[in-house]
Ligand binder design. Structure first.
Ligand code: SF4
Ligand code: SF4
Length: 389
């Protein structure tokens, strides 16, 4: 697709990048059946190809309106279209660019901007989030059913970090909302890593990975958080940690993406590359044989339906590993359908686009439960909470 950057984009690095990204799209439409929003609405403007046309219009200084933003906002950034595209279009980068441009040309209303800024503040500050969650849990019974469904019951786990018992060291990213919503995840991850022979440490000075701010258009905030995490992770790597591990696939993807986000930063380009290269999803740290070696027995566990988060399968391109680990851990995999389809969680999407999000959740639940599994497993706290409602 040929695009000629116009206006403020003409002759700029951003304009050149947009032109190069758009050039790869040949309008073939192979991506359409992979797109969850197109599957629900059937509207070309809710498809990757339709959105790419809207972005081309933005880049060329063409007409732009609330409708343009509406269709770009409805994108889940699940990147299923990238996997389906035979031309290698980097759609994830294009949609980020499109959203930046539309926000500049059609500013959001004050209430919408306030809501988005509030979500960044609330969800990227673990202590503030934990206090508000506890307050919500305390008055849960008095709240409307829809709100109640979004507040998980309090669990009694506390994060466990085991330091210094092994020579090999790993840094476990704790995340922002996960320690309050489901503290058992990080403590379980730490125990598993300990059994496999790793000393597990916290990142001292860890901040939100920046994914929330990035996807809500708060780019400066996201970059600030990314730089702080690069500093903290480099210090851990300097001190001998061999990898940085995330037990939430959305956070892991963001940290792996620091290298691209900070590529133009003279101070942080090389440091972010080091951090991104050292970052692994939990599933990339262990092999099925490791689990068998520590005593896991095939067929000893429940029938589990596996829901692969988009950030794991489309973003990080980690496919098949968790399934093999679940089987090695004793689970039997229950057949599912539509494995590539987003569950509708997508960060704050379930709050900002509740209708589409609910529809996608219903489809995902049907696809996961058709064969009557005893449990559903996933690898991202956002998907977990969304499906749990
Ligand atoms: S599959 Fe790729 S090349 Fe074809 S329309 Fe979609 S994004 Fe463009
Ligand atoms: S990222 Fe997901 S929702 Fe957005 S256009 Fe691609 S497939 Fe559709």
């Amino acid at each position: 697709m040929h695009a000629r950057p116009a206006g403020e984009l003409e002759g700029t690095a951003r304009g050149d990048e947009a032109q190069a990204l758009l050039r790869n799209c040949v309008h073939c439409g192979f991506c359409l059946p992979a797109c969850p929003t197109y599957r629900v609405t059937g509207n070309e403007l809710d498809s990757p190809r339709g959105r790419i046309y809207l972005i081309k219009q933005l880049v060329e200084g063409g007409p732009v309106s609330e409708t343009t933003r509406h269709h770009l906002d409805r994108c889940l950034t699940c990147r299923a279209c990238e996997r389906a595209c035979p031309s290698g279009v980097e759609y994830g980068r294009l949609i980020d660019l499109g959203r930046e441009l539309v926000d500049e040309r059609v500013p959001r209303s004050l209430p919408r901007r306030t809501l988005r800024a509030g979500l960044v503040e609330l969800l990227s500050r673990p202590r503030v989030f934990a206090v508000i969650l506890r307050a919500g849990q305390a008055v849960r019974g008095l709240l409307p059913a829809r709100v109640q469904a979004r507040i998980p019951t309090r669990t009694s786990h506390s994060p466990v970090v085991l330091e210094g018992r092994h020579a090999r060291r790993i840094v476990l990213l704790e995340g922002c909302v996960q320690p309050a919503l489901a503290p058992g995840i990080n403590s379980a991850a730490a125990r598993v890593l300990d059994r496999l022979g790793f000393a597990v440490e916290r990142v001292r000075g860890e901040q939100c990975c920046g994914a929330l701010a990035h996807h809500l258009g708060a780019t400066d905030r996201a970059l600030e958080q990314a730089r702080a995490n690069v500093d903290a992770c480099c210090a851990a790597l300097d001190a001998g940690a061999e990898a940085i591990v995330s037990s939430a696939s959305a956070c892991g993807l963001m940290v792996k993406d620091y290298v691209r986000l900070l590529a133009g930063d003279g101070v942080y380009a090389a440091r972010s590359e080091r951090v991104s290269r050292a970052t692994r999803d939990l599933a990339e740290i262990m092999e099925p044989d490791d689990l068998r070696r520590v005593g896991c027995e095939a067929g000893s566990g429940p029938r589990v339906a596996w829901q692969s988060p988009c950030t794991l399968q489309h973003g990080q391109r980690v496919a098949g590993r968790v399934e093999a680990l679940l089987e090695a851990a004793g689970c039997t995999l229950a057949p599912t359908s539509e494995g590539a389809l987003c569950c509708g969680s997508a960060g704050t999407y379930s709050i900002l686009q509740p209708v589409l999000s609910d529809e996608l959740r219903k489809r995902k639940i049907a696809a996961l439960t058709g064969s009557g599994p005893e449990a559903i497993a996933t690898a991202n706290i956002g998907c977990l909470e969304h499906l749990r409602t």
